[in-house]
Ligand binder design. Structure first.
Ligand code: ACO
Length: 384
């Protein structure tokens, strides 16, 4: 086929996967991939991690600055009020088939929550902010109930007196978490809360930009986060470690995968060309939690994997790598790691959705056409 028949063929080619494309202004997050710098609304992640709670981070993302003491108190009360699930959602959790995983359950339950939310179709900033808080409050309850159901256990009612992270562990395990466990999960939620125009956030913004409602945009984001190249990687990290089985198998298994040109989950990043700054904290967390639990197996295997992947391929771990070993020590099943990620990123997604509504223009890129032209339809009888 000649170029003349393909009108776009001489147009400059797109960067595949939109690499490097800047598609909007945003005041939520700055990332310097060369320096390994991550900043939420002007605050460096190394300053935030361990110094603010998930609730303070959500407030920061929704409101431009960290909350005052009374604002934080109000937000905690608001989240506490919306943790319990409406009856139809509890019914749904009972009737979903056993094969429904945590991400499918979150996606389905949020679809149902949308139909029950009195402000679902209200596009005012106040209504969207209310919906963001309600979803942030309800998602851990959905997730904990889904995990317990798969284990044949009844859901545990949320406790409005506990912080966001501690309450999740309470609902998941049915016992009060230690201070160390609650603080670790809280920090993990802060580290996962926001990350610019990553794939799931971008899909949320594309949906929001059509002026579809906030719940629909969140469902787009969850569906995108689920894939193993994005938030599904943390689950696969643990599955890889389990398959390796023990420390002495790690190096050979990594080399074998690389020789077969398989991707090693939890390594590499589109933006970071250095250590992911979130992984620095998660690595230390995985080490400390393993040590406290008297079982450093998963951390030791992870550390050797990091060393081997660096030596063989020069790749750094990303946010999904050490979160696997850390979550394992917190008693969270691997299948639900991506959903824990979603329970944190809901704060960033909803901040982006609200930012999109505030300065909206339809997001509608184009593709360079590479298909045939000037064809003529032949009747079916002549097509053989
Ligand atoms: N294992 C082995 N090789 C890798 C890996 C990996 N994890 N990541 C990148 N590479 C290699 C590629 O094979 C390619 O090598 P080549 O040039 O020799 O063919 C090169 O590095 C560039 O890789 P791309 O896939 O083109 O990089 P891209 O920017 O498109 O991908 C991604 C980024 C998807 C994160 C990739 O590194 C990957 O697949 N990692 C594993 C999955 C993962 O951990 N995802 C979570 C990312 S963090 C998050 O989304 C929350």
């Amino acid at each position: 086929m000649s170029d003349q028949t393909v009108p776009d063929a001489k147009a400059p080619g797109p960067a595949t996967g939109m690499e490097g494309a800047v598609v909007a202004d945003s005041s939520l997050c700055f990332i310097d991939g060369q320096k390994g710098q991550l900043v939420y609304r002007g605050y460096d992640i190394h300053d935030l991690a361990g110094r603010v709670s998930f609730e303070e981070t959500a407030w920061l993302l929704w409101n431009e600055d960290l909350p005052t003491r009374s604002q934080l108190q109000e937000l905690k009360q608001e989240l506490g009020r919306h943790r319990a699930l409406p009856g139809p959602v509890l019914d749904l959790l009972r009737v979903l088939p056993d094969r429904a995983g945590s991400m499918e359950t979150l996606r389905s339950a949020i679809s149902l929550l949308a139909t029950l939310d009195p402000e679902a179709g209200d596009m005012t900033p106040a209504a969207n902010r209310n919906k963001a808080a309600r979803l942030t409050a309800a998602m851990p309850t959905i997730l904990a109930a889904a995990v317990r159901r798969r284990n044949g256990e009844e859901p545990v009612d949320p406790d409005a007196d506990l912080g966001h992270a501690a309450n999740f562990l309470w609902m998941l395990n049915g016992r009060r978490p230690s201070e160390t466990a609650a603080q670790a999960l809280d920090m993990a939620l802060v580290l996962h809360a926001e990350h610019g125009f990553n794939a799931s956030t971008f899909s949320a913004r594309v949906t929001a930009a059509t002026l579809s409602d906030l719940h629909s945009a969140v469902i787009s984001a969850i569906s995108t986060l689920k894939g193993p190249l994005h938030g599904g990687a943390n689950r696969e990290v643990m599955e890889t470690l389990e398959t390796m089985g023990s420390l002495e198998n790690v190096a050979a298994a990594v080399r074998d995968k690389l020789s077969r040109r398989e991707k090693i989950m939890g390594f590499g990043h589109r933006v970071y060309k250095t250590m992911d700054p979130r992984a620095v904290h998660l690595k230390k967390m995985a080490r400390d939690l393993g040590h406290d639990a008297g079982d450093s197996t998963w951390y030791d295997m992870s550390a050797l994997m990091e060393e081997t992947v660096m030596a063989e391929k020069g790749l750094y771990p990303n946010v999904d790598f050490y979160s696997a070993a850390a979550y394992r020590s917190l008693g969270i099943p691997a299948e639900s790691y991506p959903a824990v990620f979603a329970c944190s990123r809901i704060s960033g997604w909803t901040a982006h959705i609200m930012e999109q509504y505030a300065h909206n223009r339809l997001i509608r890129p184009r593709a360079r056409y590479t298909g045939p032209m000037n064809r003529t339809v032949r009747p079916l009888s002549e097509r053989g």
